[in-house]
Design a protein around this ligand. Structure first.
Ligand code: GAL
Length: 360
């Protein structure tokens, strides 16, 4: 064999050996990578999913239910849940979200106290790759991963539809909730869409439309008392929620008008349901919180696992179109309270009918 051929053969053998060795190394790497990944996946799978729940407030009765049911549903699904209550304080909500992020949460569920100010807290979560669910109230201009709520436009529609059927002509007083809550804009969109033709015809006149900071019942009391003190005739009242309706009806009672002017609200608070069977409040909009909590828990777990959400609907948050999971609210008055609020166990019959003797 000539020297040249010999050299070529030696080079070929060396190259083959190197190639085989590199191949072996690569396979070893790939195997090591996958077993590490499987290990990580096993570890990851065994790592408990951690969910942070930042509530803007627990002031209204419903939020206590939201907190308890969301926590219970998430625990049922195997998650660890950390809850914070900002007590209507924006600074505290930001501090609390920072605390939750330090606890290495996988998903943040937030009820913003302020639709805009909460956006910064959301951006901190997004920077850390934490998924964000805007619960019941929308955090605007933030591109959250999911907005889930009841149809707040329908809430406003149901309120006005109930009143125009009973008071198609007259003076209306409206005390809506906080302007820092995007829901009040949606509720207004709803009642405006129903009242407009009546107003355009001159049948209905809005004597006053006001917005209660932090949804404060005292504020609703003062607005109503002032209007009545001025001797302005009022024929129907829309309250942003049942807590505000409570303040309004207290003022009506002061002027011996409780039960004489129909007042509508939302949330089906226990006190409101009692007022409805006692006749001082006409109607409320019932929002079955367990449906909201159940869907939220299910989708929070999906987001934590990096799974896609099956939400087709979107809503515009002022800058982005975000996935929007919407749940149907239910108008409730004395005629269907038993078949809705009580049947669902939202309140017991004894609790609601506490002040009036009813045939069992
Ligand atoms: C709204 C909510 C209402 C009511 C209100 C006061 O955002 O949709 O159900 O509770 O806050 O907290």
């Amino acid at each position: 064999m000539k020297v040249g051929e010999m050299v070529k053969l030696v080079i070929a053998v060396i190259l083959t050996i190197i190639a085989v060795f590199l191949g072996f190394l690569t396979v070893k790497q790939v195997v090591a990578y996958h077993s590490a990944k499987n290990l990580y996946r096993e570890e990851d799978k065994s790592k408990k999913i951690k969910i942070g729940f930042s509530l803007g407030t627990l002031k209204e009765e419903r939020w206590v239910k939201d907190r308890d049911i969301v926590m219970a549903k998430l625990k049922e699904l195997g998650a660890e849940v950390l809850v914070q209550n900002a007590n209507n304080d924006d600074e505290d909500q930001l501090k609390q979200v920072k605390y939750l992020l330090e606890q290495k949460i996988d998903v943040l569920i937030i009820v913003p106290n302020d639709l805009e100010k909460a956006s910064y807290a959301v951006s901190l979560a997004q920077k850390e790759g934490v998924k964000v669910i805007s619960y019941d109230r929308l955090v605007t201009r933030s591109n959250v991963d999911l907005y889930i709520s009841f149809d707040n436009v329908k809430v406003g529609k149901f309120m006005a539809e109930y009143l125009v059927k009973r008071v198609p002509k007259g003076n209306y007083l409206i005390v809506n909730g906080a302007t820092t809550d995007n829901n009040t804009k949606m509720i207004k969109e709803g009642y405006d869409s129903v009242l407009k033709p009546f107003i355009d015809r001159g049948d209905i006149k809005i004597v006053k439309e006001d917005w209660a900071p932090n949804w404060m019942a005292e504020y609703a009391f003062n607005v109503t008392d002032e209007v009545l003190q001025k001797g302005i005739k009022v024929d129907a009242i829309i309250a942003g929620d049942d807590a505000l309706a409570g303040g309004i009806i207290e003022a009506l009672a002061l002027h011996r008008l409780a039960g004489k002017i129909p007042v509508v609200g939302q949330d089906a608070d226990l006190a409101a349901c009692q007022r409805i069977v006692e006749g001082t409040q006409a109607m409320t909009v019932y929002k079955p919180i367990d449906k909201l909590a159940e869907a939220t828990a299910r989708m929070a777990m999906k987001l934590a696992r990096g799974e896609k959400l099956d939400v087709k609907n979107t809503i515009y948050d002022g800058k982005y179109y975000v996935p929007y999971y919407v749940i149907e609210p239910i108008p409730v008055d004395r005629s269907n309270l038993d078949d809705t609020v009580i049947k669902d166990g939202f309140h017991t019959r004894d609790q609601v009918y506490r002040n009036i003797s009813v045939s069992r």
